[in-house]
Design a protein around this ligand. Structure first.
Ligand code: SF4
Length: 354
């Protein structure tokens, strides 16, 4: 009850004039500066879902070439539903977080084989699908079906929080509920939700940026309530951790020991990888290559070692895996860091390799 009262108060706190000015300023800004993404041209429920799943955890610029290639290879529900999983994972290679590709594949099969090609249009139905959280459900419902719901990605949350001077931590559920209510109240009745959501997302990305908001250039500066010191610091908090990883390149003539990650694993599920170096069963020879990559909140320093089984390893070959012919390695779905290591290895002159 107390919550409902608070929400009512919040809604009332938005004066009609404030709402009018807000939208007039944002829509003018967006008509001149909005981003042009391929998924915004001739959108369909399928293309919107593909783009939204790709955009989870990945920057828009990175997604563009993957999205274009994906739509070329899998232009509709049917082509994706009928594709073998191995091919789907190959097409996703480089984007990381492969569970997204699996979920997209499962959804396509369900939509095509069981729902006659119709994706549900209501957020609460979309939420039941694998890999779809509240943001994606609302984004798909508004962008693909015009449902009147705000889609709160990090950009929209930040804009509304600053504009309305919400100084509670934005990762808390009650803060998000508050911001959702405000974003709903600010949405004009006669405007398509897809346009409203796209405008706020673009504005947050280009102007009301996480670290250095461009307040001097901002069209909302006269009505923005984030005037008190400290409020501009409102942004989702993420703690970055450094990690090290060692993988073993075990070779026998023209074959390499590789393993397929189990399907239950969030990272690399179902992909083929070089095993982690395990001193109990392996001997380390030379360090071959190293690289850095990011995974969720981790920055990982990956080192690839040339290695062989030790006596114990030779007896048991403890890691589930198999020998893969050199010529077949690239036909397997590999995670991007392992693919990079492999490409560096094959680029070495044969005489440099052991
Ligand atoms: S004035 Fe600054 S904080 Fe307020 S909306 Fe504009 S960019 Fe964001």
């Amino acid at each position: 009850m107390e919550n409902q009262n608070n929400i009512l108060l919040l809604e009332q706190a938005i004066e009609p004039n404030f709402k009018k000015s807000f939208w007039a300023l944002i829509s003018r800004w967006h008509s001149e500066n909005g981003f042009r993404y391929p998924w915004r041209e001739a959108p369909t429920p399928y293309s919107i879902l593909v783009s939204e799943l790709m955009l989870q955890q990945t920057q828009a610029e990175t997604v563009i070439p993957y999205f274009l290639a994906w739509m070329e290879r899998f232009p509709n529900w049917r082509s994706l539903a009928e594709a073998p999983e191995k091919e789907v994972l190959r097409a996703w290679e480089g984007l990381g977080y492969y569970s997204r590709a699996r979920n997209l594949h499962k959804i396509a099969q369900w939509v095509y084989f069981e729902k006659k090609g119709e994706l549900p249009s209501e957020p609460k139905e979309l939420l039941k699908l694998p890999g779809i959280g509240p943001y994606t459900a609302n984004a798909v419902a508004s962008l693909a079906f015009g449902r009147k719901v705000p889609a709160l990605d990090g950009n929209v949350i930040r804009v509304i929080a600053r504009l309305m001077a919400i100084d509670q931590p934005v990762h808390r559920r009650e803060t998000i509920r508050k911001i959702f209510t405000l974003a709903t109240s600010l949405m004009p009745e006669d405007i398509e939700a897809s346009y409203y959501n796209s405008a706020l997302m673009d504005f947050g990305r280009a102007i009301c940026r996480p670290k250095h908001p461009k307040c001097k250039l901002c069209v909302l500066k006269e009505i923005c309530k984030a005037k008190q010191p400290g409020l501009l610091a409102i942004r989702p908090k993420v703690t970055i951790e450094e990690k090290e990883e060692k993988i073993a390149i075990i070779r026998e003539k023209n074959r390499f020991w590789m393993q397929q990650e189990s399907f239950g694993k969030k990272r690399y599920c179902g992909l083929w990888v070089f095993p982690l170096f395990d001193p109990e069963f392996m001997e380390q020879k030379a360090m071959l290559f190293s690289l850095r990559y990011s995974f969720t909140r981790y920055r990982i320093f990956l080192e690839a070692y040339e290695a062989s089984w030790n006596k114990r390893g030779l007896k048991t070959q403890p890691l589930k895996g198999e020998w893969v012919e050199e010529k077949n390695v690239l036909s397997l779905p590999l995670p991007a860091p392992h693919r990079k290591i492999w490409l560096q290895l094959v680029a070495k002159k044969p005489s440099d390799r052991q």
